[in-house]
Design a protein around this ligand. Structure first.
Ligand code: TRP
Length: 371
């Protein structure tokens, strides 16, 4: 096992041991009993069935409240440091499934403040412009405008600030340093920031004038923010937010996380379809150098990024996915063929997304929360 991996809200590196993270963070694995319970509300999403969304905090409690007639709201977000890639879309697609299944509101936060504070090279204008680019991708996923509200931090701060202040007052520097690893050289905005990311977890309660349960679907890397928020929720008189955690979306070059620092490993929603195809065709598969060898020894679906993409998003049929796995192992399907089939589905997806993304430009104001 690789002890070198690192998972913080600002950095994911190395080969992530997701089981160990559950232990380290103190979350719970989504077990079969919970899956079965969730399947009563609607067909389980493949990301749940396949264990990509794999860990949680208090999901049973959310369902208990829901069964008792107390609806929750969803909260998730995005740090607008660059264009949206498939790794960002995945948890949003999952969030959309939750909204459709439970018919509940969603608050979506764009942390232009965060990305300004944490990135030496980005101006506040850069991160604000990028927030408006990113939110087109959210809208393009067909979220219900009646149930979905999007905020850009600096443009909704009058509502967030009173909550952030209450949160900040309860978090000591020593806690923040222990949880996030801050050092003396950190600017002081970065230290305050977690209280801004916590605020929407309590916003639903503030706006309703009574406690409303909140469920946050997010990458497991974001858990530290909400662990702290959960700790201080009771003293502020709020419910603790519940969480559903997903694993990181893999890159195309065999890395554990699709990342903007590796453009060839990353499919952006704004990439021209031709480029998407090109990136897939040069993806890492772990296959053999020659056709003969591969026919003889078979491929390695467990390390292949093309297989991972089918597993994560592009092959929804479990039976077909299993068949592909077996065929690959037996050397009955070669990497070129497999890449082509992924490229075809990905190009169809991206083309469709880009049409919706264009149309989203006229819908922005329907979704925005502003001070
Ligand atoms: N910090 C997150 C990022 O960098 C953005 C974010 C804000 C978020 N609020 C959230 C992510 C709630 C998940 C859930 O991407």
């Amino acid at each position: 096992m690789n002890a070198e991996f690192k998972v913080t809200p600002w950095e994911v590196s190395g080969e992530v041991d997701y089981d160990l993270l559950v232990e380290k963070f103190g979350t719970k694995r989504i077990d079969n009993a919970l899956l079965e319970r969730m399947s009563k509300y609607g067909e389980l999403h493949p990301l749940l069935r396949r264990g990509v969304v794999y860990s949680h905090r208090d999901m049973e409690w959310i369902l208990d409240r829901y069964d008792a007639g107390e609806k929750f709201y969803l909260y998730t977000g995005r740090g607008p440091s660059g264009h949206t890639h498939l790794g960002h879309l995945m948890p949003w697609i999952f969030t959309k499934y939750l909204q459709d299944t439970f018919k509940v509101p969603l608050y979506f936060q764009l942390t232009n403040d965060e990305k300004f504070l944490f990135n030496e090279n980005l101006t506040l204008k850069d991160t604000t412009d990028m927030a408006y680019q990113n939110l087109l991708d959210v809208i393009a996923l067909d979220f219900d405008p009646k149930l979905t509200k999007i905020m850009v931090d600096t443009e909704y701060i009058h509502h967030l600030y009173p909550i952030a202040l209450k949160v900040a007052k309860r978090i000591t520097f020593s806690t923040a340093r222990a949880v996030f690893g801050f050092e003396n050289s950190n600017n002081i905005g970065t230290i305050f920031f977690t209280s801004v990311q916590a605020a929407p977890a309590f916003l639903g309660s503030e706006l309703a004038g009574k406690n409303v349960p909140c469920l946050i679907p997010c990458g497991i890397d974001q858990d530290p923010h909400f662990r702290v928020a959960r700790d201080i929720a009771p003293v502020l008189g709020y419910y603790k937010p519940a969480l559903l955690h997903n694993k990181m979306f893999p890159g195309l070059q065999g890395t554990d996380k699709m990342s903007s620092s590796q453009p060839n490993s990353t499919i952006y929603t704004t990439d021209p379809p031709k480029l998407v195809r090109k990136k897939i065709m040069s993806a890492f598969t772990g296959g053999c150098v020659s056709v003969e060898e591969q026919r003889k020894c078979g491929g390695k679906p467990e390390v292949c990024s093309v297989f991972k993409y089918k597993f994560y998003l592009f092959e929804k049929n479990d039976k077909k996915l299993d068949e592909l796995y077996e065929k690959c192992r037996r050397g009955e399907i070669l990497c070129g063929e497999c890449k082509k089939s992924l490229a075809d589905s990905m190009v169809t997806f991206i083309e469709d997304h880009q049409v919706k993304r264009e149309a989203a430009k006229d819908k922005v104001e329907e979704f925005m929360l502003r001070d």
